[in-house]
Design a protein around this ligand. Sequence first.
Ligand code: PLP
Ligand code: ZN
Length: 384
Amino acid sequence: MNGLLCKSCGTMYPMNDPRWRCDCGDLLTVRFRARFDRKKIVRRKPTMWRYREALPIDDDDHVVSFEEGMTPMIPVDLGAGTLLLKLEQLFPTGSYKDRGAAVLISKAKEMGIARVVEDSSGNAGCAIAAYAAKAGIECEILVPESTSPGKLAQILLYGAALRRIPGSRENTANAALAAAETTYYASHSWNPFFFQGTKTFAYEVWEQLGFRAPDALLLPTGNGTLLIGSWIGFRELKENGLVDKMPRHIAVQAENCAPLLAMFRNGLDSVPAIATRETIAEGVAIANPVRGKEIVDIVRETGGEVLAVSDAEVEKALILLGGKGLYVEPTSALPVAAFLKYPGVRFGDVVAPLTGHGLKANEKMLEIASKGRKKRRKEGRTTA
Ligand SMILES: *Cc1c(COP(=O)(O)O)cnc(C)c1O
Ligand SMILES: [Zn+2]
């Protein structure tokens, strides 16, 4: 049966019930029978909506889309081996979060929702704000007061209302939960429809590999919006007999903020409280991911692992990518850094997304680029 399921208490709600969590307080999952018609798929436009029968939107008129998706996937020789990179930085708002926003906001439109709230100063906020603008849905984005103004430009330009919340990131999350008592919560971590969009990442990888699954996926992971989405997508393909195996889902975290690594290594069933430090991989600096258990269960079930890389390793990977003509934000370099650091992951077809555009983080990128230049000059001198 289709609907919104709470795995914790077993309650099932109708699919178009405008709620984002169970009455018991726990997370919801979308139960939906995805179907695939390969003949139809290959004839349609190259967008994520070519998998129309697999997306839980009832009426085509409710689809909110910039014709996004079907991002290129290219092999890149990294010296240590070849990684298949999917260029997710090419989405309309500059990150793969558009996959989630497209389906979530389409569903909001379908339910006749007039106003949404989200908390994120980063790419999820940008994506929700852009799709809400396209849908004519009012949008409020809550951000920590400390967020740099540069990062807010995109959200403001899309016409979203910005509310700055004093104190920590946690304070902002709590303020969003309070606002969500009365406004539909378009959260990229809580709202289950977001993952119905990010799952299209898996479909595209499947199609681009010639309708088969890769051996492994290297995914930068904080809240797990891409990792969980990818797993949903491949599981649906498997249930339909369209792939014969699940790819290993390998989560890559920043060493300075790695709760999932602690959970995985120590065999824990919930996210432990951990000490964190600042990291340049700000996109995955999530100390307490609400779907932490779901993420680590997926990693375990698919024979994957959780890996972590340092900021220095991320910078090196960024410079390497730049030298190959690929300009992405620091968080996006995590899988490449992990690929270079851990020989164990270099087996068979390994796919990694480049999650966000470098133009989002120009100031940071300039620092990294000039450090890299200095270093190259120094090395040049010593070998001369
Ligand atoms: C959101 C995001 C990720 C993945 O983060 P999750 O918290 O796991 O959803 C990775 N890279 C970038 C650039 C992102 O914006
Ligand atoms: Zn429940």
